[in-house]
Design a protein around this ligand. Structure first.
Ligand SMILES: [Zn+2]
Length: 277
């Protein structure tokens, strides 16, 4: 599943190709995505309009259109957004094709159809963005702000990091890497972290996300960047997916299931502290 770095890499790949071009046609397949505006609405607000800028909020790509309409795209679990001529033979599971000025197609491919493609008229703040928490790189996010969000909470730090209403865009892979780098057991109650703990969590969050963006995003199963190339960061995952393998300290990385998802941690580098349970 794409996380913040992958979506940011896609944004950076697509923006120079698409910004300034008009939408000429929208082709919509028979099968709908989890959330998808009607073909009528997509055509009404997109056709003939120029793309003024391409932004990102959390894991949403935010297309700002001439005239004020907004197109939101979320890749869900298996979505790919690719720009270029449609390959021949055509790829399976292409649900939407946006034909752009200058002979460029933007197409949305999604085998599991958990993606979202939603258009909003001028003057409407897209409601899905109101649910998106703070950007990890924003100035408002400080160790003290994180401590404030976690105050009194007994839920594990791992689940706190995954809560997109607090911090946007951090999924399972990066949450595991962040906690490993910060030396915190994933089951530590979020409300028990000290200010120095939050300082390390935030510093590692920013370092790891920045590094992943620079490396072109992570590929674990199904993610491709906007050119259809796999990211390179998967070679450098130090905890995620490494159960049974040695940590840098020599101990063995272990797996734990939290809220239905796997956490990977080192029992030596990330000990449970006394009084945590
Ligand atoms: Zn270790």
């Amino acid at each position: 599943m794409p996380e913040l770095p992958e979506v940011e890499v896609i944004r950076r790949g697509l923006a120079p190709l698409l910004v300034g071009r008009r939408f000429l046609a929208v082709q919509v397949g028979d099968k709908r995505l989890r959330q998808q505006s009607s073909p009528q609405d997509l055509r009404r607000w997109l056709l003939g309009r120029r793309l003024e800028s391409l932004g990102r909020r959390g894991k949403y790509l935010v297309f700002h259109l001439e005239g004020g309409a907004t197109l939101l795209i979320h890749l869900g679990m298996t979505g790919h957004l690719l720009a270029g001529p449609i390959p021949s033979p055509p790829l399976p599971h292409v649900h939407l094709v946006f034909r752009m000025e200058g002979g460029l197609d933007l197409f949305f491919q999604d085998t599991r159809r958990f993606g979202q493609v939603l258009v909003f008229p001028p003057g409407v703040d897209p409601p899905p963005l109101a649910q998106v928490g703070a950007e990890p790189f924003s100035r408002k996010v400080t160790p003290a702000w994180l401590a404030e969000q976690a105050r009194g909470r007994s839920r594990p730090i791992k689940n706190f990091l995954l809560d997109a209403r607090i911090l946007a865009g951090i999924g399972n892979i990066y949450a595991c890497e962040i906690l490993w780098a910060a030396g915190l057991h994933p089951a530590t109650p979020a409300g028990r972290l000290t200010l120095p703990d939050w300082d390390r969590v935030l510093a590692e969050t920013r370092r790891i996300l920045k590094h992943a963006i620079r490396k072109g995003g992570t590929t674990v199963s199904d993610y491709l960047n906007s050119k259809g190339e796999a990211g390179l960061f998967q070679l450098e995952l130090l905890a995620y997916g490494r159960a049974g393998e040695p940590c840098r300290c020599g101990a063995t990385i272990q797996r734990l299931v939290q809220a239905g998802r796997s956490s990977f941690f080192c029992p030596v580098c990330q000990p449970l502290r006394d009084g945590n349970h």
